[in-house]
Design a protein around this ligand. Structure first.
Ligand code: SAH
Length: 349
């Protein structure tokens, strides 16, 4: 079977076998990528039109108790200048975001025990009270089922937790011994049970990654059936054990975005900052491959450079308003526009 036939089957059945996914990924050509992207774009437009949902990303702490080998804010990096935002600073970031039009906020941070349940519930409740019309997304890593339940009840709607890689042996290569894929996956099921709209995802081109690992990622995502999938290229950080590893590529990242769109036409799929970092037009390419979300930075300017998960991260110096203007123009240059709304998952056409 040639690749176009495989792609047509994926389009029709929204799934392939592991072997077929591997073939589609391993032996891809530029023609395959363009054909996949054209189908993915068409399906995304049927459901979401040419609107791209912006989410205001607030990076509220770079303290982390974990030691993921790829991540610049890992515990054992002594060169990070650590910061935490106060509840007031978080609310003030939301306020400036709201004025710019944002109706969707994402709070992301390292796994920082300072932000225990009581403190997080207080922050989420305050955001919910001030912004009843906004979606609140959390990305705080692994917590207990009780914690997830409490955060949901406080008013958070969505939770992003990338599984990172769905293959045990690869997960071990990327993480310290104390962390486990089984626990990561359990958290995702717990989040769903608590009522969250869940997002997961992985890095493209992570050290040691093969096409078989990516195929497993796709099969796990099919099983989990999340509302969102965030993927971006791996980019080395100079203070980590992976400092000399090559970055993932924009080509493979956009190819995977298109496959994900064909696996679930309704998916919320960000065109990530990491994609914009390895390619100056990465975010536009992501949208043209079938993505429909962007996540501009809303963190206070003075802390942005300290939330460095990888090297050369873009947009660390721009005012929030500049980011909106710049992204708006970028979307318009490819025939899309920013759509300032909660940006909920659309079940139906
Ligand atoms: N502590 C939270 C948030 C993690 S940061 C959690 O555990 O979910 C968000 C994502 O950034 C991670 O899930 C990871 O996939 C990505 N990331 C980390 N280091 C990276 C790197 N060097 N290159 C590209 N992406 C990276």
């Amino acid at each position: 079977m040639n690749h176009f036939e495989l792609i047509n089957r994926l389009y029709k059945e929204q799934i392939l076998s592991k072997e077929d996914f591997i073939r589609l990924i391993e032996h891809r050509t530029a023609e395959d990528a363009e054909y996949l992207a054209s189908l993915a774009r068409k399906e995304a437009q049927k459901i979401y039109g040419t609107g791209v949902f912006p989410r205001g990303l607030i990076e509220f702490t770079n303290y982390c108790k974990n030691d993921c080998l790829y991540c610049g804010i890992r515990r054992s990096n002594p060169n990070v200048s650590r910061y935490r935002l106060t509840e007031e600073q978080i609310l003030s970031a939301c306020e400036s975001g709201y004025e710019l039009g944002y109706r969707s906020f994402v709070l992301q941070g390292g796994e920082d025990p300072y932000f225990h349940d009581e403190r997080m519930v207080s922050i989420v409740s305050a955001m919910r009270k001030s912004y009843p019309d906004c979606a609140i997304t959390l990305s705080l890593g692994e917590r207990s089922p009780e914690s997830y339940q409490a955060l949901f009840e406080a008013g958070a709607n969505r939770y992003l937790l990338r599984h990172e890689t769905a293959t045990e042996e690869h997960y071990q290569k990327l993480h310290p011994e104390a962390m486990s894929l089984a626990r990561r996956k359990q958290c995702l099921w717990d989040l769903k049970k608590a009522g969250f709209h869940v997002g997961t995802g992985f890095m493209v081109g992570a050290p040691g990654q093969t096409a078989a690992h990516l195929a497993e990622d796709l099969l796990f995502i099919k099983e989990l059936n999340p509302k969102m999938v965030g993927i971006g290229p791996f980019i080395p950080h100079h203070d980590t054990p992976f400092k000399d590893e090559p970055s993932g590529t924009a080509d493979l990242t956009t190819y995977m975005i298109s496959i994900l769109r064909l696996m679930n036409h309704h998916l919320l799929l960000p065109s990530t900052t990491a994609l914009g970092t390895i390619d100056p037009n990465g975010r536009e390419k992501g949208i043209l491959a079938g993505a429909n979300v962007v996540m501009p930075n809303l963190s206070p300017i003075d802390v942005r450079k300290d939330y460095a998960l990888y090297d050369n991260k873009i947009c660390t110096g721009d005012e929030a308003a500049e980011c909106v203007g710049c992204l708006g123009r970028r979307m318009e240059s490819i025939g899309y526009h920013l759509e300032f709304s909660r940006g909920d998952y659309r079940e139906y056409l």
